[in-house]
Design a protein around this ligand. Structure first.
Ligand code: FES
Length: 229
């Protein structure tokens, strides 16, 4: 039965169709009931729609606080001592794996020899999501995932660079592409400092760093060969 025809008694039906003051009274009642029912239905529909949209949003954007996809505190800055590229050693100097963030932190010491200088260097450091520290060192948070087909890329102390075991994509200590099938340099997350801690924003990914060339490469190509592990 439609909401426009709420149930009426046979008596009401007769009066309505006969006209007169009683008909007007009953018509008024029907109109009020109709409005009430319509508003009730709209209210229920509105609540249902709100609940459905809310549920969908929760599914799409769950509360990620403290999880991958949110801002994660990696540790104190002093937990990640800087080094010059040639001296990087995983977990000890310059390069550190942060499992909850699926990230390698690379921390380049002040005085690192760059391939670029001046505004060229400053601009390219920004393009590659580096953060400059007050002591003159530079930080970058590299996503562990190979940009070829997604394997986890280990850092190789033996060749002081990242080398993917799947198809051989090879990346410098700062994630810049060196060789292999990868279509760009490693992706990187935004990072910042808070109360002496390093914070990695795993919801903010820079996946647009192209293969470097002579005008954009920040760190010189390592001289150590890097064969299959
Ligand atoms: S997934 Fe890394 S080279 Fe293919």
């Amino acid at each position: 039965m439609s909401i426009n025809t709420p149930p009426i008694t046979p008596q009401q039906y007769e009066v309505l169709h006969g006209g007169g003051a009683e008909a007007a009274e009953i018509a008024q009642q029907r109109l009020s009931r109709r409005r009430f029912l319509r508003r009730s239905m709209l209210g229920v529909w509105g609540l249902s729609a709100t609940a459905a949209v809310g549920g969908a949003l929760f599914m799409m954007y769950p509360n990620l606080a403290g999880q991958f996809g949110s801002d994660l505190t990696a540790g104190k800055k002093t937990d990640f001592p800087a080094a010059k590229p040639a001296n990087f050693k995983i977990g000890q100097a310059g390069v550190f794996y942060v499992q909850p963030a699926k990230t390698y932190i690379a921390h380049l010491a002040a005085g690192t020899q760059f391939s670029l200088s001046g505004s060229n260097l400053t601009d390219q450091l920004a393009v590659e999501s580096f953060v400059k520290d007050s002591d003159g060192s530079y930080w970058v948070a590299l996503y562990q995932k190979c940009v070829h087909l997604g394997c986890t890329v280990p850092f190789r102390d033996d060749c002081v660079s990242f080398k993917c075991p799947c198809h051989g994509s090879h990346y410098n200590v700062n994630g810049e592409f060196l060789d292999g099938p990868a279509p760009r340099s490693l992706d990187r997350f935004a990072m910042s400092f808070s109360n002496g801690n390093v914070v990695i924003s795993t919801g903010t990914l820079n996946n647009t760093v192209p293969h470097p060339d002579a005008t954009t490469r920040i760190i010189p190509v390592p001289t150590v060969a890097c064969g299959a592990s």
